[in-house]
Design a protein around this ligand. Structure first.
Ligand SMILES: NC(=O)c1ccc[n+]([C@@H]2O[C@H](COP(=O)([O-])OP(=O)(O)OC[C@H]3O[C@@H](n4cnc5c(N)ncnc54)[C@H](OP(=O)(O)O)[C@@H]3O)[C@@H](O)[C@H]2O)c1
Length: 322
């Protein structure tokens, strides 16, 4: 089966590509920069030029493809293109998939999206979900919570760097998941008919509050976090202010997303159906404790090596001077 991965350079996309290659799929990656996608080529994928903001480039990428996995989403620096990337280009991708008789189509949306229709980014996701549901394609929509990988810049790095960690006053419970686990299950789902025309949640096995994650990072790293709490009413105020200026639309979108998280995710919906269909044990999903432990250990090791290198360089310089 030849796969087209859209958004292959992203956090989730690259894991999808790696897993698919490991499983023996022929993988084509739609990229807008061959330089940026060079690592995917090194892994064994084929690069095809395509830019979601240049919609004419989309249909050409589908030649010889039998399944599409769309992991793309607009980047922070593409703020004026959000509607073009999240809606128009994805409509065209779906239309092209129908014409090309694509056998499987995977799309990633946000966990609990139905409850947040008033948030612009989620509203666009829901429109794509609806378009897929009436397309006649064999689609699977996975509803995802936050990723482990996003917690590094949000919590781990500021703690290591002695910067402020920002949290909202109404800290909600989120069942974060590793993108490697998402990739594993998404690729596995391609060969199982029960995923056809199905919408399912893909969540981690434990609920986390911001403060729990901060405590965990502190315990593992041995460093104290400097926490700044921002009240939700202030977030809303900022959101309304930033909406006045088009150039800050992206900030307002991001704040809306934080607001959505602060309203509380109800992650009580379990992955029972997926676990049952894939016949896996939920314990196979990576735990956040293990992920963060490995992250901090590798960072501390690198810092130690760097310190040793600096000390030995200083020693050499001193020897030269004397
Ligand atoms: N991150 C989360 O916590 C989270 C939570 C729930 C759901 N999701 C969903 O999961 C999916 C993957 O998210 P992610 O965090 O992995 O995304 P990401 O890291 O931000 O990656 C976005 C991908 O989209 C590509 N892209 C953006 N604009 C493009 C354009 N004009 N033309 C071609 N490609 C373009 C990017 O390519 P470039 O490298 O060229 O920019 C990149 O490969 C998305 O559907 C997202 O909504 C994410």
């Amino acid at each position: 089966m030849a796969l087209l991965v859209v958004g292959s350079t992203g956090t989730l996309g690259r894991q999808i590509v790696r897993k698919a290659l490991n499983e023996g799929f022929q993988v084509k990656c739609l990229v807008r920069s061959f330089r940026k996608g060079a690592f995917l080529k090194e892994w064994g994928a084929e690069l095809i030029y395509g830019d979601l903001s240049i919609v004419e480039s989309i249909p050409l990428a589908l030649y010889g493809i039998s399944a599409i996995i769309d992991c793309s989403t607009s980047r922070a620096n593409d703020l004026h293109n959000i509607e073009l990337i999240e809606l128009k280009s994805k409509y065209i991708l779906i239309e092209s998939a129908i014409k090309a008789n694509i056998k499987r189509y995977i799309f990633f949306s946000i966990f609990n999206s139905m409850n947040y229709k008033d948030i612009p980014l989620i509203a666009l996701k829901l429109m794509i979900e609806y378009r897929l549901k009436i397309s006649g394609l064999n689609y699977t929509i996975f509803h995802l919570p936050g990723f482990f990988q996003g917690l590094i810049s949000q919590y781990a790095l500021p703690i290591l760097d002695k910067q402020f960690v920002w949290i909202t006053s109404e800290s909600s419970l989120i069942s974060y998941i590793n993108t490697q686990d998402v990739a594993k299950m998404a690729i596995h789902s391609l060969s199982i008919d029960q995923f056809n025309q199905n919408t399912l949640p893909l969540v981690g096995n434990k609920l986390w509050r911001s403060l729990d994650i901060i405590n965990l990072c502190e315990q593992i790293s041995g460093r104290r976090a400097q926490i700044n709490t921002i009240p939700v009413y202030l977030l809303n105020f900022l959101k309304n202010c930033t909406k006045l200026f088009q150039w800050t639309w992206n900030i307002s979108e991001r704040l809306a997303f934080i607001e959505m998280l602060s309203r509380g995710y109800n992650t009580s919906a379990q992955m029972k159906e997926i676990i049952y269909i894939l016949q896996i044990d939920k314990k196979e999903l990576e735990e956040l404790e293990v992920y963060l432990q490995e992250y901090f250990e590798s960072i501390m090791k690198k810092l130690k090596e760097l310190n040793c290198q600096i000390l030995s360089n200083e020693k050499n310089v001193n020897q030269i001077e004397f």
